[in-house]
Design a protein around this ligand. Sequence first.
Ligand code: AKG
Ligand code: FE2
Length: 198
Amino acid sequence: MELFASSTTLTPIPVADGELAFLPQLSLPWSNHQILRRLVEETAWRAETVVVYGKRHLQPRLTAWHGDAAYTYSGLRLEPLPFTPLLQAIRAAVEEASGHHFNSVLLNYYRNGRDSMGMHSDDEPELGPNPVIASVSFGQARTFVLRHKRTKHTVKLDLTDGSLLLMAGALQHNWLHGINKSARPLGARVNLTFRYIG
Ligand SMILES: O=C(O)CCC(=O)C(=O)O
Ligand SMILES: [Fe+2]
């Protein structure tokens, strides 16, 4: 019996009105550090301008969109790049761990503690009625904040290097999520959110 075998299965995190599950380390063919370095170096990162309340802003992070279909959010239309062999390998690991299929991935590069993502739900119609989103993180651990839309109840999760967070069920209807800025100096982090665009 392997008492200390590292877990390869997602553990549910009980929350009201949605489904969340976490796996501390996704099983991958390379080290987390190697993957982070390759993602930073090989991705065609873009600084996107978004329109929020009628005002143009540069997003406080870099992004890239890979997959079969264009994606529209915050008045931004992202034309997809094809899946690279590295992204295909990460997707295979995510599909194996989660039992779900994904045809697109949004990459977010948080260069330091000043990079962030505002509170939002991933509830665009093309994601289907109950979006299943698999979020994989490499590099600097950042705090993922979830806030229930009605009760304002807040849940904070540490998204550590190599981890997988699965969001499913009614989560996107009932909760917002985001990544706050940090006053402390923080290192680089790349997050990948795998999605299924119907
Ligand atoms: O960086 C993260 O952990 C969050 C990413 C996210 O919410 C998104 O890509 O929609
Ligand atoms: Fe999101």
